[in-house]
Design a protein around this ligand. Structure first.
Ligand SMILES: [Zn+2]
Length: 289
C-alpha cells in the first residue's frame, strides 16, 4: 500500500509527558491578557508599554513603571519619599493595612511625586499607584501633590498628574475629603502662574479624585478603556431610577460627552506629552515669560 511508505511517525510520543514543565517557566516570563486571553511574553509586553498587541488592553502600571516609560532616563528626582500617613480616626485595621501596602509596593503611600524631563522639557509629575489601598487619596496623597504643585510654581515648570484611584480614603474621613480642596487651590495658583497642568486619567479614576484634580487639567487625557466616573453605576441607577448604557463611565463615553479632551493609546502618550510641553514652552517665550 502506498500509504505504508509514509507511515505516520508519532514524533511527540517519544517525549515523556511532563506535567510539571509548565511550572518550570520562570515567574513573570509570560502573562495572560485579561481581555482577550492571549498569552503574551513579558518582553513583548514591555515593548508594547504593557498593552496587548492583539486587543489593545492596557495593563495596570505601577508608579515606578509609569515613571520609567514616561520620563527621560535618569531624569527623575523624587520629592517627599518618606511622607507617611497617621491614623487620625484610629480606624480599625488602618495602620496595619497601610503597613501591608508599604511592604507590598515599596511605596510610602499611593502617590509618587518628583521632577524630571520628558523629551528634554522639565516637568513636575505626580503618579498614583492602585496597588496602595486602591490608590485612595488620603492626607499623604493630598499633601504630596500639593507640595509637588508648589514646587512646580517655584521652578516655573508644568505639572502632569497620572491618576488611578478608588477615590477618597474613607479610613481618614474628612481629612481625605479636604485634600480635594487643598489640591484644587494649589492648581488654581499654578494657573495664576500661567503654568500648564496636564491630567492623565488611567483605569480606574473615580470618586473624589475625579471630582477634583483629575478633571481640572488644562488638558485632560485618558488611556483607552479606562473607567472614569464619580459614583458607582449601581448608586446612580438607583438614584435616577434609569438604566445606564453599557459603555457608561468608559474613557470613550466621557470623551464623547465632553468631560475629557482625548483618549490616547499608551504607546503614543509620551510623544503627545512632549509635544504639549514643547507648545507650552514656546507659548512661554512668546508671552515674554
Ligand atoms: Zn488582549
Amino acid at each position: 500500500m502506498l500509504k505504508d511508505l509514509f507511515p505516520k511517525k508519532k514524533r511527540y510520543a517519544t517525549v515523556a509527558p511532563n506535567p510539571s514543565a509548565r511550572d518550570k517557566v520562570p515567574e513573570g516570563l509570560m502573562e495572560k491578557c485579561k481581555q482577550c486571553g492571549q498569552i503574551l511574553f513579558a518582553k513583548e509586553l514591555d515593548k508594547q508599554v504593557k498593552t496587548c498587541p492583539h486587543c489593545g488592553y492596557h495593563f495596570t502600571l505601577t508608579a515606578q513603571e509609569r515613571i520609567q516609560v514616561t520620563l527621560d532616563e535618569g531624569s527623575f528626582e523624587e520629592f517627599d519619599a518618606n511622607l507617611v500617613s497617621g491614623d487620625p480616626l484610629h480606624f480599625p485595621d488602618y495602620s496595619a493595612r497601610v503597613e501591608r501596602s508599604r511592604q507590598a509596593t515599596g511605596l510610602a503611600d499611593a502617590v509618587v511625586t518628583g521632577a524630571g524631563t520628558i523629551g528634554g522639557f522639565p516637568v513636575v509629575v505626580g503618579v498614583m499607584d492602585s496597588r496602595f489601598i486602591m490608590g485612595s487619596m488620603g492626607s499623604v496623597v493630598g499633601e504630596k501633590l500639593t507640595r509637588a504643585i508648589e514646587q512646580a510654581i517655584e521652578r516655573s515648570v508644568p505639572v502632569i498628574i497620572f491618576s488611578v484611584s478608588g477615590g477618597a480614603r474613607m479610613q481618614e474621613g474628612i481629612f481625605s475629603l479636604m485634600q480635594m480642596a487643598k489640591i484644587s487651590t494649589a492648581l488654581a495658583r499654578l494657573a495664576q502662574s500661567r503654568l500648564l497642568y496636564i491630567s492623565v486619567l488611567t483605569h480606574p479614576t473615580t470618586g473624589g479624585v475625579t471630582a477634583s484634580f483629575a478633571m481640572q487639567g488644562d488638558v485632560n487625557i485618558s488611556e483607552p478603556g479606562a473607567t472614569i466616573g464619580f459614583a458607582g453605576r449601581r448608586i446612580i441607577e438607583q438614584t435616577i431610577r434609569q438604566k445606564l448604557p453599557d459603555e457608561f463611565q468608559t474613557a470613550e463615553f466621557v470623551l464623547e460627552h465632553g468631560m475629557i479632551d482625548q483618549v490616547v493609546h499608551r504607546k503614543d502618550l509620551r510623544a503627545l506629552l512632549a509635544t504639549l510641553l514643547s507648545l507650552h514652552a514656546k507659548g512661554g517665550e512668546w508671552s515674554g515669560r
